[in-house]
Design a protein around this ligand. Structure first.
Ligand SMILES: [Ca+2]
Ligand SMILES: [Ca+2]
Length: 167
């Protein structure tokens, strides 16, 4: 079981992908400025000064020298982001995520809701000229619901959702 202060795999993957985007020259490090942009891209607010402070703290905790602004590697980024994510309100997060999928806002996530989400995704992909990821047919959507449907009523309620989101 992961502790609440460590990052879930999904978050860690998201952060790694973002890091790669900002590490344009593939040096394995990004600047304070890039890190600030990365933090903002992930939906957090941050000033350059705050980022500098957080990086300094993370480096001190790792026993690293704090004299170079330009050697923020992925490990530091993950450390700083772990504390950012842990400071988020998990209940609020959960509700926000739930609403993203409960398209018709009736308090339950159903296959219909997921189909609307997929239709939206389809539109966005078309606009950007991207291939739609395959494997999102009705059967797969039903399987997704079943995976999260702890009380087996065919829909995901906030209770079901809370149970999945808990570490
Ligand atoms: Ca719904
Ligand atoms: Ca249910």
């Amino acid at each position: 079981m992961p502790s609440s202060s460590s990052l879930s795999e999904a978050y860690a993957t998201e952060i790694k992908q973002a890091f790669q985007v900002f590490d344009e020259e593939r040096t394995g490090c990004i600047s304070i400025h890039s890190f600030k942009m990365l933090i903002r891209a992930l939906g957090f607010r941050a000033t350059e000064y705050e980022v500098l402070q957080e990086v300094t703290n993370a480096k001190k905790q790792k026993g690293l020298l704090v004299n170079d602004d330009y050697d923020i590697d992925l490990n530091i980024v993950l450390d700083v982001m772990a504390s950012k994510y842990s400071q988020r309100d998990p209940v609020l997060e959960m509700k926000t995520n739930f609403r993203l999928f409960d398209v018709n806002r009736d308090g339950f996530i159903t296959v219909d809701d997921l189909q609307s989400v997929v239709a939206d995704l389809n539109e966005q992909c078309k606009e950007m000229g991207l291939e739609m990821p395959s494997g999102l047919e009705e059967d797969q959507l039903k399987a997704m619901i079943e995976e999260f449907d702890t009380d087996l009523d065919g829909m995901i309620s906030q209770d079901d959702f809370r149970k999945i989101m808990q570490p």
